[in-house]
Ligand binder design. Structure first.
Ligand code: PLP
Length: 224
């Protein structure tokens, strides 16, 4: 199947208000251009250098989302152009992003990554750490980042009930934080959850942003 027909198939299964992020990590600029020509404008990467070189090579109206583990020394390369950093996994990283964004006079939209999976390898705030982070309050002084919501990855498993429970937990946490701290601020509105294997469940559980790679581009030649 061509990328264009994959896009058509996916669009049939997602609500029009869901934001589709085409996960283009390890895909060539030619293949990304095919998706662009078929109408997609939001792409996502998980390695800073790869995202920078693709940003330079590809049309300027692409929105670049980042969702990898972001090392401090790489922040400055992506903040001039990134539309959304989805993988802020610690208060320290958020502070660093704020500092780098202030230097260039930008306000960078961010999502906090929440650890919901029962897997050792994934990053993110635990629900307790997230509550502590918000109640402690110093995030309010970070004027060069804009907190727009939460992101999470479910456990990689065929157990759909477990995946659903993890998404449900994330949605509850999102609603709690939004109603407690952002009742008068509409910027906190994105819940990024759902990948190729689980995005239909994620939609049912309240996702606003889907990060889909394999179903769009086919399987990746190289894995992380
Ligand atoms: C690779 C990746 C995806 C997309 O995975 P697919 O299964 O190919 O859709 C989504 N989110 C993150 C954080 C990723 O690293």
């Amino acid at each position: 199947m061509s990328i264009a027909s994959n896009i058509q198939e996916i669009n049939k299964t997602i609500p029009s208000e869901s934001k589709l992020i085409a996960v283009s990590k390890f895909q060539s600029t030619e293949r990304i251009l095919q998706a662009y020509q078929a109408g997609l404008r939001r792409f996502g990467e998980n390695r800073a250098q790869e995202m920078c070189s693709k940003h330079e090579a590809l049309p300027a109206d692409i929105e670049w989302h980042f969702f990898g583990h972001l090392q401090r020394n790489k922040i400055k390369y992506i903040i001039p152009f990134t539309s959304l950093i989805q993988s802020v996994d610690s208060p320290a990283l958020l502070t660093e992003i704020n500092k780098a964004a202030a230097k260039i006079g930008r306000v960078v939209p961010c999502l906090l990554q929440i650890y919901i999976a029962r897997e050792e390898s994934k990053f993110g705030f635990t629900p307790e750490e997230l509550r502590l982070f918000f109640s402690e309050g110093s995030w309010k002084n970070l004027s060069n980042v804009r907190l727009q919501g939460l992101m999470g990855m479910a456990t990689f498993t065929g157990n759909t009930e477990q995946v659903r429970q993890e998404f449900r937990l994330l949605k509850l946490l999102f609603d709690e934080i939004r109603s407690t701290y952002f009742s008068e601020n509409e910027s906190f509105r994105e819940l990024s959850m759902g990948m190729t294997g689980d995005y239909k469940i994620a939609i049912q559980e309240g996702s606003t942003m889907l990060r889909i790679g394999t179903a769009l581009f086919g399987s990746r030649k190289t894995e992380q």
